[in-house]
Design a binder for this molecule. Sequence first.
Ligand code: HEC
Ligand code: HEC
Ligand code: HEC
Ligand code: HEC
Ligand code: HEC
Ligand code: HEC
Ligand code: HEC
Ligand code: HEC
Ligand code: HEC
Ligand code: HEC
Length: 325
Amino acid sequence: MKTSRPFTVLRVSIAAGIYATVALVAAVSTRPPGPTAQVDHGDAVYVGEAVCIACHKTQNNQFMHTQHAIAFRQNPKNQLQAQSCEACHGPGSNHLKDPANPANRTALIGFTREWGTPVEKQTSMCLACHQGSQAMFWPGSTHATQQLSCSDCHNPMAKISATGLLKKPTINETCYTCHQQQRGEFAKHSHMPLPEGKMSCADCHNPHGSPSKALLKADSINELCYTCHTEKRGPFLWEHAPVRDNCLNCHNAHGSNHDKLLTVARPFSCQQCHGNPGHQSTLYHAGNIIGGGAAVSSRVLGRTCQNCHVQVHGSNHPAGARFQR
Ligand code: HEC
Ligand code: HEC
Ligand code: HEC
Ligand code: HEC
Ligand code: HEC
Ligand code: HEC
Ligand code: HEC
Ligand code: HEC
Ligand code: HEC
Ligand code: HEC
């Protein structure tokens, strides 16, 4: 497995069991992937899957329904794929010498936390075939620097999810194993339709990394929102500055207990910025407080400011400078 492709260099050298360098430049991506890694496995040699299955029947019974098993067994594209189990776990001859001895765990690449294989070594096995494409920005991404392994989200040993060989039946459940706070946000009264199964975290985030902040799939928050809410992109004759600036000036991207994912209840949402004397901020005049005066002001009822300023995202009406039409 010493082949390497132009523009693609993945070098992992291990000196005395310690990493010396991990230099990774992923540029082109082609599918199906081929082996590009040079992981040093010492003097171990490949023994073939029949040997492994003799002891690991249960695992094999689950594994055989996965994309990997089908691809590697029915139509291996190269020598590494043909190694089957050992394509991921590394050549297994030394593991066989004393498989049950915890002191012998370094003889095999394991992907469970308890086994103790360094995370970089685990991920380099997967990246040997999966660099580029979605995993292009993995090196240096938040999840990589937080020492996540591919196997924190993926379980290639069984077909648990319909797609993506995930650890849980769905993408959202997979993410919630660690992101409890976000689970709470999506349980709020107003939320993006994730619990309804219409969307997943991966519609907005690339868990493998991205060039923008918060692992977003677009260059900016607004660009992300426009991919689905295209009508908000405009162009508008009368722009509302905070909308152009950042949708999150008023909305929460996950969920909120206020209407329409608003970060703050109306009319305070508007009054955070519009506090000038005049009708914008006169909410507390006696007449404007419900039950506190003669008449109830339309500024505090229903959609509050938007009873009049309906086009808060921008207006294309010639007389829409105040977003009333
Ligand atoms: C002679 C029986 C035997 C053979 C053959 C064998 N193993 Fe194992 N293997 C074991 C035992 C026993 C353990 C449990 C070790 C422990 O829990 O400490 C184990 C553990 C493992 C693990 C566990 C790693 C983890 O994260 O917990 C993996 C992966 C594995 N073997 C893969 C293989 C592969 C790949 C092959 C073929 C190259 C293979 N085994 C051949 C007996 C065997
Ligand atoms: C595509 C990479 C890949 C291939 C191919 C693969 N494994 Fe695994 N294996 C993994 C990962 C990742 C885990 C950790 C799964 C988890 O988090 O529970 C794992 C876990 C294991 C374990 C320990 C956990 C358990 O389920 O008991 C054993 C044993 C094992 N594999 C054996 C095998 C055998 C035998 C084969 C071939 C029939 C094989 N693996 C093929 C990636 C692979
Ligand atoms: C020897 C090359 C090789 C290695 C090593 C390898 N894979 Fe794959 N992987 C493949 C091939 C081939 C496919 C099938 C591609 C296809 O169908 O388009 C695949 C498919 C996948 C898929 C997509 C399944 C789907 O539903 O589309 C995931 C996720 C995946 N691999 C994760 C991993 C992880 C995690 C590891 C490391 C534990 C790993 N792979 C190791 C070659 C490899
Ligand atoms: C934080 C969770 C997470 C981690 C860590 C993670 N993945 Fe994924 N991966 C996902 C999700 C979610 C999908 C989308 C699955 C779907 O669309 O069904 C995915 C999809 C994939 C796919 C199939 C899509 C494609 O690009 O063809 C591959 C291959 C893959 N991951 C490989 C990897 C590898 C290799 C690693 C480790 C370097 C890794 N993943 C780490 C969550 C993760
Ligand atoms: C094994 C635990 C784990 C899983 C599973 C996991 N994450 Fe994370 N994630 C983390 C950690 C740790 C951080 C960094 C600390 C934090 O922000 O909580 C993080 C950070 C993030 C961030 C913020 C990134 C930034 O740069 O600000 C996003 C977005 C994210 N994860 C999305 C996801 C998505 C989407 C999934 C499911 C596909 C997922 N995570 C699955 C552990 C996990
Ligand atoms: C509609 C798009 C969208 C969906 C769907 C989405 N997110 Fe986010 N997420 C964002 C945006 C935008 C940010 C950036 C917030 C910021 O910069 O203040 C973010 C931020 C994050 C962060 C960083 C911490 C924070 O809250 O600011 C984490 C962690 C995260 N998301 C996890 C998830 C998980 C887990 C899921 C799925 C259960 C998910 N997201 C679904 C758009 C989304
Ligand atoms: C992948 C597509 C997608 C992306 C990206 C997306 N949304 Fe949504 N959004 C939806 C869907 C679907 C709904 C539910 C519409 C419905 O039920 O009628 C929705 C609903 C909403 C709602 C209305 C909620 C309600 O209670 O009526 C707001 C506000 C919203 N999105 C804001 C945003 C913001 C801000 C962003 C960017 C951070 C964003 N969306 C990104 C798909 C998306
Ligand atoms: C100045 C505050 C503010 C900003 C900034 C803002 N919104 Fe809104 N948005 C609102 C209010 C208030 C509502 C409720 C509208 C109503 O009840 O008529 C709303 C409603 C929505 C809705 C659901 C109803 C509809 O009009 O479709 C979507 C979707 C939405 N906003 C998307 C976005 C997107 C995308 C951005 C960024 C381009 C954005 N918003 C920026 C205040 C804002
Ligand atoms: C993050 C700050 C911010 C928020 C929140 C905000 N606005 Fe604005 N709004 C602005 C700025 C900045 C302008 C442009 C002022 C200018 O051009 O002088 C503006 C302009 C306006 C105008 C036109 C006024 C003019 O002088 O041209 C109206 C009407 C308006 N906003 C209504 C609202 C309403 C209603 C809400 C609540 C849904 C709201 N705004 C929320 C910052 C905000
Ligand atoms: C009953 C209808 C109505 C309601 C409710 C209303 N406005 Fe207005 N708003 C107007 C009218 C009419 C104008 C003046 C339009 C013009 O001069 O062209 C205006 C003008 C504005 C302007 C432009 C600057 C100014 O003061 O003339 C801002 C900013 C504004 N409103 C914010 C708000 C905010 C914030 C709220 C909620 C607290 C609100 N409005 C509620 C009718 C309303």
